[in-house]
Design a protein around this ligand. Structure first.
Ligand SMILES: Cc1ncc(COP(=O)(O)O)c(C=O)c1O
Length: 363
């Protein structure tokens, strides 16, 4: 096996810029074709350079999950959706500072308590953030599930002088393996969104923005009538899960963990220096096992993990790596792996061209 990227110490997060650009162009073209606004989720990369690339490729703004991400992305775009309810005095103060800095922030929330925090931050900053009422379309995580609850909170937002009602948002995280246009879960999602939009229209609260979208549902977004905006995150890099659910191809995986083989003492396996602290211990929901697979030999799966050890299962492959060889691992869930690394090593083709800090890591 050739030695891969000898200039980079391992374990290391490596980004393939050629594939990133292709992934950006693909989603930008899809959104243009279907008249959808594209607001990618920065939680996947947490890196301002990549946020800037998304904006240059045609994103209308960025989505963030944490105030840290919002603070780090604010210089990249003024237009930020905090897709996470800010609750408590600390978050209120931090949101106020973000608003004072000139960021044009919208916030997704599902409670009067979170609305009060946003209103307090707005009053302190002297600006008017916009609010999206978060609805639950089946994931059962956050969001209001009943139409009358959505209408009631939308009315509260409309009556709140410190903020503007922008519309609704949802995250269809429960939808993974969509089979096609006629998938019952997709039809159900479209019905649910249609019912909400009709109810809001009828109540005199027509949503300007209906924000949804994830990587597994990405290429089906145009089938959800009423949707105006999508927020894919993972799709920037893709991962073993996005391939498993049919949302990307293997050669669209743009992020890998570079690792060195440190032991082949046990027959049938090779041990690499990327364990749970480099790959994360996320499982692929569904049929696949293991914690990642080799980019150049996907049949070789990371079967086991310790903190600093990854066990490659060689039993289904002719690959026989030697101690000192280097491999690139596609993780199961890229967002969690990125968050474990301080920096991304950026390749243009096979050439390292930059090192970018994962600046929005942490809280
Ligand atoms: C609220 C919200 N929006 C968008 C996304 C992006 O989803 P994906 O990573 O599947 O593209 C996430 C991911 O967790 C999310 O929580």
């Amino acid at each position: 096996m050739p030695t891969v990227l000898p200039e980079i110490d391992t374990p290391a997060a490596v980004v393939d810029l050629v594939r990133v650009r292709a992934n950006l162009d693909r989603v930008a073209a899809y959104c243009r074709e279907h008249g959808l606004a594209w607001r990618p989720h920065a939680k996947t990369h947490k890196t301002p350079e990549l946020g800037a690339m998304q904006m240059e490729a045609g994103a209308v703004g960025l989505t963030v999950a944490t105030l840290r991400e919002a603070e780090v992305m604010a210089p990249v775009t003024r237009d930020i959706l905090l897709a996470y309810p800010p609750v408590g005095a600390h978050k209120t103060r931090r949101l106020a500072r973000l608003l004072e800095s000139g960021a044009r922030v919208s916030v997704g929330l599902d409670s009067e308590e979170a609305l009060r925090c946003v209103a307090a931050a707005a009053t302190a900053a002297g600006t008017r953030p916009r609010v999206l009422v978060e609805v639950d379309v089946g994931m059962r995580r956050v969001g209001l599930a009943r139409v009358e609850q959505v209408l009631a909170l939308a009315r509260r937002v409309e009556d709140e002088p410190a903020v503007d009602l922008l519309g609704i948002m949802f995250y269809p995280g429960h939808l993974r393996d969509l089979t096609g246009a006629a998938d019952p879960a997709l039809l159900q999602l479209a019905d649910c969104v249609g019912e909400l939009v009709t109810a809001l229209d009828g109540a005199g609260l027509p949503p300007l923005v209906v924000s949804g979208g994830s990587t597994p549902t990405l290429w089906h977004s145009h089938r959800v009538a009423g949707l105006t905006e999508i927020r894919p995150g993972t799709n920037l890099f893709n991962d073993r899960t996005s391939v498993a659910v049919g949302a990307s191809e293997w050669d669209e995986c743009a992020y890998t963990v570079l690792a060195t083989v440190v032991s082949t003492a046990v027959p049938g396996q090779a041990v690499i220096d990327a364990g749970s602290k480099a790959l994360s211990r996320e499982e692929v929901r569904g049929s696949l096992d293991g914690f990642g697979a080799l980019l150049d030999a996907p049949e070789v799966v990371v079967r086991g993990l310790s903190e600093e050890h990854g066990i490659l299962d060689l039993t289904g492959s002719g690959l026989r790596p030697r101690v000192g060889d280097r491999v690139r691992v596609v993780p199961n869930h890229v967002c969690v792996s990125v968050n474990l690394h301080e920096r991304l090593h950026v390749l243009d083709g096979d050439r390292p061209v930059a090192t970018w800090a994962v600046a929005a890591r942490g809280r």
